[in-house]
Design a protein around this ligand. Structure first.
Ligand code: HEM
Length: 396
C-alpha cells in the first residue's frame, strides 16, 4: 500500500512525475518513445494549440475504424467545430440543470438501499450506478439494459495498456483495448435507427433531429457521440465521486467544516479533481516541429499531457500536495482546456455536489474501514478507486 499525500492506497503513477522529477516539465520517455508534458504552463501551451498538437491520435495509435467517425475527442479543426456546435445545441448546461431533480431522486434511491447497514461500498452502491443511470437515462437507454452497458464499459477499461511507440513496425502503437466498444456501438446504432422512426423525449432523439445551418447529424455521428459520452462521462464521474469522499476521509478537519458549511462542497469537488484527477493524462500528436519547455519536439510525435502532474505544479499551486478546498483560484486542468474542454463538466459537477450533500445528510458518521481499505484502479491514465468500503456507524 502506498500513501500519497495522506490518501491511503492511492495509485502512485501520476504523483512521482513531479515529485521525483520536478525539473522536467517536458521529457521524452526513453522506453515508450512518447513525450511527457508535466508543467502547467506547458500543458496549457499544448491544449491551446490544437493546430500544432492534434487530437487525431489515430495517426499514431491504431484505432478501430468505426471509432474514427465523428469521435469528438479525436477530431481537429473545422470538423470538430461543426460537430461540437451541433451537439452543444442539445447538451447544454441548461439541460443539465433540468436533470438535477432526477439526480437527487436516484441518489436517494441508491442510498435507501444501504440504509440500516453498518457499512457499504461507495463505488458499487453509489458512485458506479449513479453516473451510469444518468447517462443511460439521458440517452434514453432502457433501465433493463443497464447491466449490459456496465459489462461493456468494464470491458473497455479492463486491461488498458500504457501507450508505447517502442518497437512498432509502422510507427503506430497497437490498437487500444476497447473490447466492449463494438457492442456499445451496435447497441446505440439500433437505438438511433429506432429514434428516426419513433422519436422520444430523450437526447438521442434530439441529436437525431437537431439542425445547424440546415445540416443534420448522420447516424454514425449520433452513435459515436453517444459512445464518447459514455466513454468520457461514466467512469470519470464514478471516480470523481469516490475521490471526493476519499479526500474528505483523509482530511477529517475538512469533512467537519464541510458538514457545517455546505457552501464548501464545490471547493471540495474542485480540489479533489485537482489532487486526484479522474483522467490523469490526455494525448496529442505534433503536426510540425515545435519548441516546448526547452525541448525540441519533431513533427509526428506522440505527446502525453499529464494533467495530474500539471495540477501539482508548484509554479501555479501553492503547497500543491496539500488538500485545500478554499484554494482560489484553482486552475486545475482535470476537465482539459481549449477547444476540447469537457462538455460534461456541468453534469459531473452537479452529480458530485448532489451526491456529496446527500451522503453528508444521511450519514453523520462516514469513514473508511481501517480493516478493509480502498483499492485503486490500476490504470496509469486514470485515478480512482474501484472499491471504497465506508463505515457509517459512530466510532466507539
Ligand atoms: C469528473 C468527470 C469528468 C472528467 C474528469 C472529464 C474529463 C475530460 C477531459 C480531460 C476532457 C478533454 C479531453 C482532451 O482534451 O483530449 C473531456 C472531454 C469531454 N468530456 Fe469529460 N470528463 C468528465 C465527465 C464528463 C461527463 C459526465 C460527460 C458527458 C456526459 C463528458 C463528456 C465529454 C465530452 C463529450 C468530451 C469531448 C469534448 C471535445 O472533444 O470537444 N465528460 N472530459
Amino acid at each position: 500500500m502506498v500513501a500519497v499525500a495522506g490518501i491511503r492506497g492511492a495509485h502512485p503513477s501520476q504523483f512521482w512525475l513531479r515529485e521525483e522529477k520536478p525539473a522536467d516539465v517536458v521529457a521524452l520517455d526513453p522506453v515508450t518513445k512518447v513525450w511527457g508534458v508535466y508543467g502547467h504552463a506547458e500543458s496549457l501551451q499544448v491544449l491551446n494549440a490544437p493546430a500544432t498538437f492534434s487530437s487525431e491520435v489515430q495517426r499514431k495509435v491504431a484505432v478501430d475504424e468505426r471509432l474514427n467517425v465523428a469521435n469528438l475527442l479525436q477530431m481537429d479543426g473545422a470538423p470538430h467545430t461543426r460537430l461540437r456546435k451541433m451537439v452543444s445545441r442539445v447538451f447544454t448546461p441548461k439541460s443539465v440543470t433540468g436533470l438535477e431533480p432526477r439526480i437527487v431522486e436516484l441518489t436517494g434511491e441508491l442510498l435507501d438501499r444501504v440504509a440500516g447497514h453498518d457499512k457499504f461500498d461507495m463505488v458499487e452502491d453509489l458512485a458506479y450506478p449513479l453516473p451510469l443511470i444518468v447517462i443511460a437515462e439521458l440517452l434514453g437507454v432502457p433501465g433493463e439494459d443497464r447491466p449490459l452497458f456496465q459489462q461493456w464499459v468494464d470491458m473497455m477499461f479492463r486491461d488498458h495498456k500504457e501507450i508505447s511507440l517502442a518497437e512498432t513496425e509502422e510507427g503506430k502503437a497497437p490498437q487500444a483495448n476497447l473490447g466492449g466498444a463494438a457492442e456499445v456501438l451496435r447497441y446505440v446504432s439500433e437505438h438511433v435507427a429506432e429514434r428516426r422512426v419513433r422519436p422520444r423525449d430523450d437526447l438521442l432523439t434530439r441529436l437525431v433531429e437537431t439542425e445547424v445551418d440546415g445540416e443534420r447529424l448522420t447516424d454514425a455521428e449520433v452513435v459515436n457521440f453517444g459512445f464518447v459520452l459514455l466513454l468520457s462521462g461514466y467512469v470519470t464521474t464514478t471516480m470523481l465521486l469516490g475521490n471526493a469522499v476519499l479526500c474528505l476521509d483523509a482530511f477529517p478537519e475538512w469533512q467537519a467544516r464541510t458538514r457545517a458549511d455546505r457552501s464548501l462542497i464545490p471547493g471540495v469537488i474542485e480540489e479533489s479533481l485537482r489532487m486526484l484527477p479522474p483522467f490523469t493524462a490526455v494525448s496529442r500528436v505534433t503536426t510540425e516541429d515545435v519548441e516546448l519547455g526547452g525541448q525540441h519536439i519533431p513533427a509526428d510525435e506522440m505527446v502525453m499531457v499529464w494533467l495530474a502532474a500539471a495540477n501539482r505544479d508548484e509554479r501555479v499551486f501553492r503547497d500543491p500536495h496539500t488538500f485545500d478546498p478554499a484554494r482560489d483560484p484553482n486552475h486545475h486542468l482535470s476537465f482539459g482546456r481549449g477547444i476540447h474542454f469537457c462538455l460534461g463538466a456541468p453534469l459531473a459537477r452537479a452529480e458530485g455536489r448532489i451526491a456529496l450533500n446527500m451522503l453528508l445528510d444521511r450519514f453523520p458518521h462516514l469513514r473508511t474501514d481501517p480493516e478493509d481499505g480502498p483499492t485503486f484502479r490500476d490504470i496509469a491514465i486514470m485515478t480512482g478507486v474501484d472499491r471504497l468500503p465506508l463505515l457509517i456507524t459512530p466510532e466507539y
